[in-house]
Design a protein around this ligand. Structure first.
Ligand code: RB5
Length: 151
């Protein structure tokens, strides 16, 4: 599984630790984020990782900014992206199992390293359950189609 990870300047250290953690677990991790000494506006990175998913460059994304919210908002502007911002593992797991989330986001100013590891582990260990949840995810796609048609 290929995972695209992205971060702004609020989350460089946590991003580096999460790359190590996911790599040690055998995932291929591609870094779309910035590194020490750089700054960036979070929408740029959220968009880049979101596009990498819809373009099939990576399968899933991990986004980290100060709160996780801004960067997830940016990714969610892209049709086909379902980015969940959370600060604990239960929501992370359910976002995959019920909402077929393809990005998990969290805040470096909100969660510590151990919680961040628990969040990504819950997310990547979970499987989308389909069934009635597929119908609801399809309804989300329908919204995207309607909005596109109105443009
Ligand atoms: C950057 O200071 C901060 O605004 C950003 O990381 C994020 O928290 C926005 O949602």
């Amino acid at each position: 599984m290929r995972i695209g990870i992205g971060n702004d300047h609020a989350a460089v250290e946590l991003k580096n630790e999460i790359i190590k953690h996911l790599t040690n677990k055998g995932y291929e991790v591609i870094n779309f984020g910035i590194n020490e000494g750089e700054t960036v506006d979070y929408p740029e990175i959220g968009e880049e990782v979101g596009r990498a998913i819809v373009d099939n460059i990576v399968d899933y994304g991990v986004l980290i900014c100060g709160t996780g919210f801004g960067i997830s908002l940016a990714a969610n502007k892209i049709n086909g992206i379902r980015a969940c911002v959370c600060s604990e593992p239960v929501t992370a797991s359910l976002s995959k199992r019920h909402n077929n989330a393809n990005i998990i986001a969290f805040g470096a100013r909100i969660v510590g390293l151990e919680m961040a590891k628990a969040i990504v582990d819950s997310f990547f260990d979970a499987e989308f359950e389909g069934g009635r949840h597929q119908r609801r995810v399809n309804l989300l796609t329908d919204i995207e189609e309607r909005v596109k048609a109105e443009d």
